[in-house]
Write a protein of this length. Structure first.
Length: 243
């Protein structure tokens, strides 16, 4: 019986075709192929893509081998849950209907046996992230998405995406140490609500903290850390992928 649940975040699949990006994609494919042997579910905690947007008849042409691997996993009965992050701008019907990925905005709460889980990307959770919270309301609004999808051709839209993705890395500075403590305080709040496990991403900082038998994990990233969380039905652990 497949019983393991896996969690990853912040893969940031880019438009580049350089050695670093190709190596990252290969590691991800190796990971997905390996866990297919014993995985019951996979949770992607945001920023799978550096940019994802679905037009009515067009999707980005990149990352086909990875999407195909997701489809094989879904067809094999592995449930894939994608909680979108700040780079996953608009997921329409393609990922769900054609690939078999269940997409969620915000967060997802679920229970396995007696254990309650809270999973999210984590963007906007830090107090100093208030500017982003306002921006998120604007760019994620149905009106903004309609205008982008209707009046901007896909090729131009992708060029805008490349520029904004590059610019955001220079402009948006995450205070990993300070924000990490805030994320743990957020997790504590969820512990007080009755959750046993809280899993987040966004910080690109692998973290495990346990308090009174409850565990907070930040899954790190798949850009430099290549870390993931695993729940085997008994224990939740943070691991580093080494093919």
């Amino acid at each position: 019986m497949k019983k393991n649940i896996y969690f990853i975040s912040d893969v940031h699949l880019t438009f580049k075709e350089d050695h670093r990006e190709n190596e990252k994609r290969k590691k991800l494919l190796d990971f997905l192929t390996t866990i297919s042997q014993d995985a019951k579910e996979l949770y992607i905690l945001g920023d799978l893509f550096d940019f994802w947007f679905e037009w009515r008849h067009v999707i980005p042409k990149y990352w086909f081998p990875i999407l195909f691997q997701f489809k094989k996993m879904a067809d094999a009965g592995i449930k894939i849950n994608f909680i979108t992050g700040n780079h996953d701008f608009y997921t329409g019907q393609y990922l769900e209907k054609e690939i078999g990925i269940s997409c969620f905005a915000g967060h997802k709460e679920f229970q396995v046996g007696t254990k309650r889980f809270f999973a999210a990307h984590g963007d906007g959770y830090a107090k100093k992230d208030r500017g982003y919270r306002l921006l998120k309301k604007i760019i994620r609004s149905p009106v903004s998405q309609f205008l982008y999808k209707t009046f901007i051709p896909a090729d131009i839209g992708m060029q805008i995406a490349k520029w904004t993705s590059y610019s955001s890395r220079k402009l948006v500075k995450i205070g990993k140490t300070a924000w990490s403590e805030e994320y743990f305080q957020f997790a504590r709040g969820k512990f007080n609500e009755g959750f046993d496990y809280v899993l987040l991403g966004h910080l690109h900082l692998p973290t495990v903290k346990e308090e009174d038998g409850k565990i907070y994990i930040n899954c790190g990233d798949w850009m430099t850390e290549f870390t993931y969380a695993k729940y085997d039905g008994q224990t939740l652990t943070l691991k580093k992928w080494d093919a």
